[in-house]
Design a protein around this ligand. Structure first.
Ligand SMILES: C[S@@+](CC[C@H](N)C(=O)[O-])C[C@H]1O[C@@H](n2cnc3c(N)ncnc32)[C@H](O)[C@@H]1O
Length: 295
């Protein structure tokens, strides 16, 4: 399978990320290596620290960036641990850190990984295959209250309680093993009248589960704190988010740093993709870019 992911807000991200043409940069979510490819090809004197928690993404990015390999340091880790994972000699003088959040298109499209409700596969959803927590485990082992709360808070799903009830009832017969089984339960739980309009009925539940499996919101808060501790004066933290929960975290954390006089926010309003970018790459529709600059 080719690893093809179209980078979002490419030009804008690069403009903010790079301000020192000889600096050390961190791509906290290297994915298919799209943003990093632009960085390394346009700036021949920068060094890149490329992080991803998914070994398949790391391998794909290694291939994509092979021409620049002498200028790349690879880190297979969760970005929440970047302060410890980046070797001490590189830890000082970091000029900019980019977070392009969420899953990549190849992760989403791989039918074996369970991220999508569009194909029937095992309930997995792990970005890091070494993570012991799978969607199967959460769906089959956690309490009704916990499942309902997660669907409500992280999926903003108004039928959270009913979906959780249907899950608990079904799993007393036999374990819920596949995304297809889960989709059927969600469809049964949401009244037909509410299903007629809008997005796929499983979209919110799948978003919530993915956040839960990968502990995405706590990882983001911790990753941002680690990033702020690593960047040099004038260094920048750039965040591209894809849903309101992530965007809210970036917005609040940046505002708090500003209040603590650590630096200032360069984006009064978040940057969003242009209409042409959205029509070329519909996945970019919900993207928001925010930037913080350290004093
Ligand atoms: C949207 S893709 C990045 C695409 C990349 N910017 C490009 O242009 O090709 C997000 C990547 O971040 C990784 N990721 C998400 N959360 C992470 C975390 N907490 N730590 C490390 N990697 C993470 C995913 O595995 C995925 O490969």
């Amino acid at each position: 399978m080719t690893y093809s992911h179209v980078s979002v807000l490419n030009k804008e991200a690069l403009e903010y990320w790079v301000h020192d043409e000889e600096g050390i940069y961190v791509d906290a979510t290297v994915g298919g290596g799209g943003h990093s490819f632009q960085l390394l090809s346009q700036f021949p004197h920068v060094h890149l620290i490329a992080i991803d928690q998914d070994p398949i993404a790391i391998n794909a990015a290694k291939e994509r960036l092979i021409a620049f390999s002498s200028r790349v340091t690879w880190v297979h880790a969760n970005f929440r641990d970047m302060a410890e994972e980046i070797e001490p000699s590189l830890r000082t003088h970091i000029a900019g850190i980019l977070f392009d959040l969420g899953v990549s298109s190849p992760q989403f499209d791989d039918p074996t990984r369970g991220f999508t409700y569009q194909v029937d596969s095992a309930l997995d959803m792990r970005m890091d295959p070494a993570n012991p927590v799978t969607a199967f485990r959460l769906i089959n082992m956690r309490s009704k209250e916990e499942i309902a709360r997660v669907l409500r808070e992280w999926g903003e799903e108004r039928w959270a309680q009913r979906i959780a009830e249907f899950i608990i009832k079904a799993r007393t017969q036999e374990p819920i093993r596949t995304t297809g089984q889960l989709v059927e339960l969600i469809k049964a739980a949401i009244p037909a009248s509410a299903r007629r309009t809008g997005a796929h009925p499983a979209r919110r539940t799948f978003q919530a589960l993915r956040i839960w499996v990968n502990d995405e919101l706590a990882a983001l808060s911790q990753g941002l704190e680690a990033a702020q501790g690593l960047i040099a004066p004038k260094g920048r933290v750039v965040v591209i988010s894809f849903h309101s929960l992530e965007d809210r975290i970036a917005k609040h954390v940046f505002r708090q740093w500003e209040q603590e006089h650590k630096g200032h926010v360069l984006t009064k309003h978040p940057l969003t993709p242009s209409e042409p970018e959205i029509s070329e790459n519909p996945r970019s529709r919900s993207a928001k870019l925010r930037v913080f600059e350290q004093f």
